[in-house]
Design a protein around this ligand. Structure first.
Ligand code: GLA
Length: 404
């Protein structure tokens, strides 16, 4: 392109209002977002009392101090649009309005999230944002909303890139830093285009609290934890600070066994998925609180390097995963997908871990590494074979630091 042509092009870009706003809010989700969402446990049965009590529980249980920040209202909070087309909350379920709810949540040092959809209607049949994107983003900003989950129902005929970019630009124009969470189920390979559009993108259809099942709803399915894990193949290279692969909201405390819950949480941590709790925080057993509040595991997810784990070995039901961490540390996970507990005798020198995408290497023949078990606190080092029992549907999760 000659200089004159490039000057004209530069002037055209500067003059275009879309281009002026054509960026997402940076600085959000530098590490995967952490919070809670109403859908997995409550579906449409939500109201302002539940949201207030959940915010209180987040503080009281210590989960806020562990890093959880967002209280996210999913589908079905909506009432009708008013005579100006402005969206209103359901007057029976949210009589105090969203601004009051945001104030309540903010007063506890937390942030409030909301949900909408690219189409005319949400998945739950409530008003979607199609044709109202700028108006809705402005409303959310006026209410003090901090997070938008944006769904993909009623999207026939729409371009995913176009629909999500429109809402990104609308949020930018509303001028409030709102974390933008794309919920497009991986249908149009969002990992290829969404890093510039949102802060995270769902990679799959909806999760279901089972280890390895598919629950068909006819035209679509919900997926167990192992199914979702397998759908992440090849995606780690697309994610990093400010743009994450979202493996869907957590099902810890929703019916799986304790070992399965621990594995589920460990895997989401290792793969840098957002950690959005899906259980009832107001009445959870101590065993569930211990899992979602385990700081050594959360630290693996929130590590500032922002590199997701890679699977470097697999045989039968056993998989070995490693995650490069900041300051030359690593996380290491043994996953037993099988139905029986397995004795593990691992010679550290048997594998050199070679992350060719992010250029990290770990060779245990060159140095000794100290390890701490992220779940039990037990310690050891790599000069000796690792002897452990990996429960059925269970994991062993270690953090490695150089030195004996
Ligand atoms: C879709 C989403 C879910 C949830 C529901 C709400 O299925 O993927 O996470 O938001 O819609 O209706």
């Amino acid at each position: 392109m000659n200089r004159r042509a490039s000057l004209i092009l530069a002037a055209a870009i500067a003059a275009s209002p879309a281009a002026a706003w054509a960026q997402k809010f940076d600085g959000l989700a530098a590490t995967p977002q952490m919070g809670w969402n109403s859908w997995n446990r409550f579906a449409c049965d939500i109201d302002e009392k539940l949201i207030r009590e959940t915010a209180d529980a987040m503080v009281k249980t210590g989960l806020k101090d562990a890093g959880y920040q967002y209280i996210n209202i999913d589908d079905c909070w909506h009432g009708a649009r008013d005579e100006h087309g402005d969206i209103q909350p359901d007057p029976q379920r949210f009589p105090s309005g969203m601004k009051a709810l945001a104030d309540y949540v903010h007063a506890r040092g937390l942030k409030l999230g909301i949900y909408s959809d690219v189409g005319d209607k949400t998945c739950g049949g409530r008003p979607g944002s199609r044709g109202h994107e700028y108006q809705d983003a402005k409303t959310y900003a006026a209410w003090g909303i901090d997070y938008l989950k944006y769904d993909w129902c009623e999207s026939k005929g729409l371009s995913a890139v176009g629909a999500y970019t429109t809402m990104r630009d609308a949020i930018r124009a509303a001028n409030r830093p709102i974390l933008f969470s794309l919920c497009e189920w991986g249908d149009n390979k969002p990992w290829e285009w969404a890093p510039e559009v949102g802060h995270s993108w769902r990679t799959t259809g909806d999760i279901y609290p089972c280890w390895d099942c598919e629950l068909s709803a006819g035209t679509w399915s919900r997926w167990g934890v192992m199914r979702i894990l397998d759908m992440q193949a090849g995606l780690r290279k697309y994610a990093g600070p400010g743009h994450w692969n979202d493996m869907d909201m957590l099902e810890v405390g929703m019916g799986m066994t304790e070992d399965e819950d621990r594995s589920h949480f460990s895997i989401w941590a290792m793969l840098n998925s957002p950690l959005i709790l899906g259980n009832d925080l107001r009445s959870m057993p101590e065993s569930v609180k211990k899992i979602i509040g385990r700081r050594d595991v959360i630290a693996i997810n929130q590590d500032p390097l922002g590199v997701a784990a890679l699977r470097f070995w697999k045989q039968g039901p056993v998989e070995l995963w490693a995650k490069p961490l900041a300051n030359d540390e690593w996380a290491f996970m043994v996953l037993n997908r099988g139905e029986t507990a397995l004795p593990l005798h691992y010679d550290w020198k048997q594998n050199v871990i070679d992350d060719q995408v992010f250029k990290h290497q770990l060779d245990f023949s060159k140095a000794t590494w100290h390890w701490t078990d992220a779940w039990t606190g037990k310690t050891g080092d790599t000069s000796r074979r690792l002897d452990a029992t990996v429960p059925a549907h269970g994991v062993v999760l270690l953090r490695l630091k150089k030195g004996a």
